[in-house]
Design a protein around this ligand. Structure first.
Ligand SMILES: [Mg+2]
Ligand SMILES: [Zn+2]
Length: 203
């Protein structure tokens, strides 16, 4: 299904890597989702770089500061380091929706920045997230693979997008007969997303 090796994995943060706590500002509230460390470890071991792309409108709305976000990020990096995982880079959009910036997903500003900074290629890049905006971002950037995880807001977003349910007992499914805007893959969590990506790039 995927004809090029994937060398870059773009990741949403809240609801994908860590629990989605409404406008998280306290580093003590940072907690990895089940399967997150395992999935990230598998992807990193495959040789792919890991890049966070996160909408953080709480900054633009005045709910928390850049320093609060950095403290949470440092905590996340410490939790990942304890599992032997390092992020290659992490970007966030600090803007409120009404600022109409070019970096709030589904706009592709963060992809443009990463592409430029790290020489990324869309055909070698995947996007994993728990919201329709994450998938729209990946599709607009013409990335090789988009994965909707069912953690965080994923279940309700899948229903909103009219996606078929994941078959019982399955960790992931490749969506055939994709409608416009659908992800390539749905996965129960980040571990299943990593399994799906690695399985689809073998063969
Ligand atoms: Mg999210
Ligand atoms: Zn922005």
């Amino acid at each position: 299904m995927i004809t090029h090796p994937l060398t870059a994995i773009l990741l949403d943060r809240d609801g994908t890597v860590i629990y989605d706590k409404h406008y998280l500002a306290d580093p003590d509230g940072v907690a990895l989702l089940p399967g997150a460390a395992k999935g990230l470890g598998m992807l990193a071991y495959s040789g792919a770089g890991l890049y966070l792309v996160s909408n953080q409108s709480g900054i633009g709305r005045g709910m928390f500061s850049e320093a609060d976000l950095q403290a949470c990020h440092n905590r996340l990096c410490a939790l990942l380091a304890a599992q032997g995982i390092a992020l290659t880079d992490a970007l966030h959009c600090p803007h409120a929706p009404e600022e109409a910036c070019s970096c709030r997903k589904p706009a592709t500003g963060m992809w443009e920045t990463l592409k430029e900074r790290h020489g990324l290629r869309p055909e070698h890049t995947a996007m994993i997230g728990d919201k329709k905006a994450d998938i729209a971002f990946g599709l607009a950037a013409k990335l090789a693979v988009t994965v909707l995880v069912l953690t965080g807001k994923g279940e309700s977003e899948a229903a909103r997008m009219g996606l078929p349910p994941l078959p019982p007992g399955e960790g992931y499914a490749l969506l055939s007969g994709r409608q416009p805007g659908w992800p390539h893959i749905i996965a129960r969590d980040l571990h299943n997303a990593a399994s799906a990506i690695l399985a689809s790039t073998k063969a």
